[in-house]
Design a binder for this molecule. Structure first.
Ligand code: AMP
Ligand code: MN
Ligand code: MN
Ligand code: MN
Length: 279
């Protein structure tokens, strides 16, 4: 059960991935993935193409989404798996979250302009496969293109992370709303890449408890953002809070990801994989 090659979090050009949905599915299949979820940021647009390609290849596919959430002073990402993409409250909620991105992108462009980087908004938009979904990842690719930094990681380090000149504060969905949209659409809710959040141990405990109380189901124990120590630490927290575990590459594209589709490490054998609850 825990040895299934499941990859339950990745991106396409419907958000900030570099491959179209059908290509993501073909690559996952070629990599030996047995169960795949496409989880674009705040967006369901890529799901029909991905589902059709998966069906053509005989690959098990789960519709998903990754919702941007503001909690305490942090941005968290909550993945919804097995959601009904026709659910009206989910569709309306995601439209509202996406709606804030245009103004935010304009503010990021203005901040970069202030430090002498011209045309970043237009440049980012050229990288955005979906104009409704401009992400910092698109800004990062443009800044690499014009030689500001040598890679996307360095752009985040010096320009786009919190406290850096191109970072702007933004308010996303509430944790409560994200959970209600996912659960209301029949999905399972997963805390994405918990190792990336700057939370104390006490705050992490509060988050997991609140998440579980709101009906949350699982945490990403194995993911591209975690090292071996983090995998073990979050496995312990999954046991402590009685949450299931997910496995995810968070693949964004061949050049843009620490690990490829289907290549996240296996889950510890005693944890319950979230896919045992996916049809
Ligand atoms: P946004 O939703 O616009 O804030 O953009 C967040 C996206 O930027 C994430 O989903 C990643 O794709 C990317 N990202 C965030 N931090 C980093 C980083 N340190 N290095 C590379 N990509 C990052
Ligand atoms: Mn992303
Ligand atoms: Mn994320
Ligand atoms: Mn992601």
């Amino acid at each position: 059960m825990n040895t299934l090659n499941a990859d339950l979090h990745c991106h396409s050009t419907a958000s900030d991935g570099t491959l179209p949905p059908g290509e993501v599915v073909r690559r996952a299949h070629a990599n030996g993935v047995e169960l795949l979820a496409l989880t674009d940021h705040d967006e369901l647009l890529g799901l029909p193409e991905a589902a059709a390609q998966a069906q053509a290849l005989g690959l098990r596919f789960v519709p998903g989404v990754e919702i941007s959430v503001s909690w305490l002073d942090q941005t968290l990402h909550i993945v919804g798996l097995g959601i009904d993409p026709t659910n009206e409250a989910l569709i309306a909620g995601l439209a509202q979250v996406r709606g804030g991105r245009d103004g935010r992108a304009a503010r990021i462009g203005a901040e970069l302009e202030r430090i002498g980087i011209r045309g970043a908004l237009e440049g980012a938009l050229r990288y955005a496969g979906n104009p409704a979904l401009v992400s910092r990842a698109h800004f990062a690719r443009y800044l690499v293109e014009i030689g500001i930094s040598k890679n996307v990681h360095d752009v985040f380090l010096h320009y786009l992370a919190r406290g850096k000149p191109g970072y702007v504060e933004h308010v996303w969905a509430t944790l409560e709303d994200a959970l209600s949209w996912i659960k209301g659409a029949g999905g399972l809710a997963v805390i994405a890449h918990p190792g990336r959040y700057r939370l104390s141990h006490a705050e992490m405990d509060i988050l997991f408890e609140r998440f579980r109380d709101l009906g949350g189901d699982a945490i990403e124990v194995s993911c591209g953002a975690h090292d071996g120590g983090q995998l073990l630490a979050f496995a312990r927290l999954a046991r402590k809070f009685g949450l299931m575990a997910s496995r995810a590459s968070d693949f964004h594209g061949p050049e843009d990801s620490p690990i490829d589709l289907g290549r996240a490490p296996p889950l510890p054998p005693d944890l319950t994989p979230v896919w045992t609850r996916l049809a």
